[in-house]
Design a protein around this ligand. Sequence first.
Ligand code: UDX
Ligand code: ADP
Length: 457
Amino acid sequence: AKMVIKRICCIGAGYVGGPTCSVMALKCPDIIITVVDKSKERIMQWNSEKLPIYEPGLDDVVKTCRGRNLFFSTDIETAIIEADLIFISVNTPAKSFGIGKGRAADLKYVEGAARMIAKVATGDKVVVEKSTVPVRAAESILKILRANNKPGVSYQILSNPEFLAEGTAIDDLINADRVLIGGEDTPEGQAAIEKLCWAANAFLAQRISSINSLSAVCEATGADVTEVAKAVGLDSRIGAKFLQASVGFGGSCFQKDILNLVYICECLNLPEVAAYWQQVIDMNEYQKSRFSGKVIEALFNTVTDKRIALLGFAFKKNTGDTRESPAIHVSKTLLDEGAKLHIYDPKVDHKQIMYDLTHACVTDDPEKVKNSVSIHDDPYSATSGTHAIVLCTEWDEFVSLDYEKIYDGMMKPAYIFDGRKILDHSQLLKIGFHVETIGKRLCRPLVNRIWGSPYQI
Ligand code: UDX
Ligand code: ADP
């Protein structure tokens, strides 16, 4: 029988569930959408003026729909009972212990959500699973729901993996490249979806590691990786996107999905394939270490007790998300070497930065970290009195800072390390900075050095 969807419930109010449901509420004013989460704090934030996540355009969409046909609640049971359709958009992190630790996807939250549905549902439900591990997630949801079958309750299970990128989520949702919906009756279709999710993220990450590997060659030979990327990207078979060399990729998906792919390849006895994709991760680690190493080397091989400003902490611009952010890796290396960090990011919460840097996988001495890190509300106070600026996130506002003023307030020689290749390097050199970046060798113009005119060595 055809089912009319009047009410939707979404379990999980995170980076996927929140924006997806907000846009859905905007586009479908006749459907009532309730987003639930077990975290009281998250839901409180979704109901407040300051939303728990930052996405350009999200505030307006939520303001338009909240209280009209969009609701945020911790009453998971009621929302499930009332809904015709339920999205599961809980997190699927890598397992933190046991077989496949750090690599296999942990489905415990998906399972928890499915068990909750099985327990409280009273009528027919369509259950839509939104994670990027659809086969096993859908399978476990199906098994749990069917094993707890109640009279008068039937389930239809679909998967609808999400391809939105943070920082452009609203636009990605409104103008999606593709929408994938897989039904349970086609196991081959399900398997294809899973491959597609991994393949897309693995390919994207592989492009970044490829260009980053060439950035090392450019630095060694004096070429500019931006020129290389431009020329290569003009070949329409390759395309220009996702070829921006950087300090390394971050975010909650790329590393997790590739590690998952590597793990599955090993389990399938395909060690060469596993090694191939593992190298994409290894190259990313190398890039982050190489960048931090460059900072230390330029500062006369010691940063002990030096004040260093870190501009940007999010894993990319236009988000407050720090998961797998290269800034964490760079900070850790500098802190291990005894540096004093002054951190500024326009959107990341101070608490989040401290949490990321004092976490057990980053330090065994959180007190020492707390004493070595200060977090600032503006870039000028963060850079004042420092020996060096290390730029880790490509926020637009960093391009138009008053670098003359910043230079005047810094220790000399003043260094700037542009990990995103966004600054005007020739202007910075003119001001007097010692500038280093990714994939290009830069030196200070030495005025009147040889021929009486600015000459670059
Ligand atoms: C990614 C996928 O793009 C998205 O389709 C999927 O649904 C989820 O994972 P996201 O992690 O939000 O999205 O961000 P993305 O824009 O892909 O960037 C990932 C990382 O790569 C960032 O750290 C970014 O700064 C870096 N990056 C991206 C580069 O270093 N160079 C590039 O050219 C592009
Ligand atoms: P993603 O980036 O995939 O959206 P997040 O970690 O941002 O991941 O969000 C997932 C959300 O799901 C978290 O807020 C978490 O509290 C919530 N969650 C996990 N399991 C459950 C559950 N069983 N019931 C309700 N909410 C859950």
